[in-house]
Design a protein around this ligand. Structure first.
Ligand code: HEM
Length: 325
């Protein structure tokens, strides 16, 4: 439930009153928009279409996975399989068209470096020119896969984070007030600047605590590439190991007896002092495959929270009042 006063912010008039809003689809739309503009810049609308198709494809794949596994079933011409094939073809055709147009523009000397696709294509072109003998760089197919990955990695994860944050701040109004005070103290009613966002201490503590309690990736998977010993056990090559992020974030021995409680203050001394084991906070993974979008995600979440908290107060909708999380 959002509540706002009648106010003028950044030249926009906000009418007061209370509204019931389902945050999840709103945040999905917001993060889809942000990632599409970042990845595809001026071709953002085509990018948006690709992402909508990917979301539909993902829904259909999940439906298949939930059924009993029959080897080869996905190759049968069922209605769902045909539709998935068609969606995939449409995604690839849009991406191929976008990449083709960009490469043409680059050949004609236009700079396309202001979005991810442009940076990827320019760096790939340079790499291919400099190493033409030893390495071919990325293929068009590789570039298409990178573009698809950015949507899956960057949109739903950040909307999960924002949705849980609004839910928890609705249940803990004292933290909502502290965050709002911090934001108004730093920016007043002005639009926050990138540099200023790094000074948000309370908001950062809140986001870390939400990521600890409800990490968007609840487990990570690794495969042993050779025989190796982990925790006293020897594993042969090819074993898949699950790293249960959710369980590690809820481990009483690491985080203490208040492990299940929403307590952003545990991060007041930074991540390293929040628990007995600094490596136990893994919302963005760890090691060489750590999330490359983590700074981007936190910046995006902070910006969204600032804009919301500057204008609105929120509480749980009456239908959610008895919810326990
Ligand atoms: C709250 C938001 C996010 C969370 C919790 C998150 C979490 C993660 C995690 C746990 C991984 C590592 C997976 C592994 O080790 O197997 C990962 C990888 C990745 N993330 Fe994020 N992510 C978020 C937002 C983003 C954003 C906004 C982007 C893009 C702008 C992004 C791009 C990527 C990419 C490309 C990878 C793959 C890196 C690689 O395989 O080398 N992520 N993310």
């Amino acid at each position: 439930m959002l509540r706002g006063a009648d106010q003028q912010v950044d030249g926009v008039h906000w009418f007061g009153g209370s509204y019931e809003v389902d945050c999840w689809p709103e945040f999905k739309s917001l993060t889809g928009d942000v990632i599409s503009r970042t990845a595809f810049g001026s071709s953002y609308l085509e990018g948006r279409r690709v992402f909508e198709l990917q979301a539909e494809l993902f829904g259909r794949v999940m439906k298949c996975i939930q059924k009993i596994f029959i080897p080869g079933y996905m190759y049968l011409p069922t209605e769902n399989n045909r539709k998935m094939h068609q969606i995939n073809k449409e995604i690839e055709s849009i991406l191929r068209g976008m990449i083709g147009k960009r490469m043409q523009a680059m050949k004609e000397g236009e700079s396309t470096k202001d979005d991810l696709l442009g940076i990827l294509l320019e760096s790939n072109m340079r790499h291919t020119e400099e190493n033409s003998q030893s390495s071919q760089g990325l293929t068009i197919k590789d570039i298409m896969e990178e573009c698809k990955l950015f949507y899956f990695a960057g949109a739903d994860t950040t909307s999960v984070l924002l949705t849980w944050t609004i839910l928890l701040l609705s249940m803990h109004p004292e933290w909502q007030d502290r965050a709002r005070k911090e934001i108004l103290g730093l920016f007043g009613e002005n639009k926050p600047e990138n540099d200023g966002l790094s000074h948000l201490k309370i908001v950062t503590m809140i986001l870390y605590e939400v990521l600890r309690l409800y990490p968007p990736f609840i487990e990570l998977k690794r495969r042993t590439y050779k025989e190796m010993k982990i925790g006293g056990v020897t594993y042969p090559a090819g074993v898949i190991i699950n790293l249960p992020v959710l369980f590690i974030h809820h481990d009483l021995e690491i985080w203490g007896s208040d492990v299940h409680e929403f307590k952003p203050e545990r991060f007041s001394g930074g991540i390293s002092k929040a628990s007995k084991d600094p490596g136990a906070f893994l919302p963005f993974g760890w090691g060489p495959r750590i999330c490359i979008g983590q700074n981007f995600a936190l910046l995006e979440a902070k910006m969204a929270l600032c804009l919301i908290l500057q204008r609105l107060e929120f509480e749980l909708a009456p239908t959610l009042k008895n919810i326990r999380v």
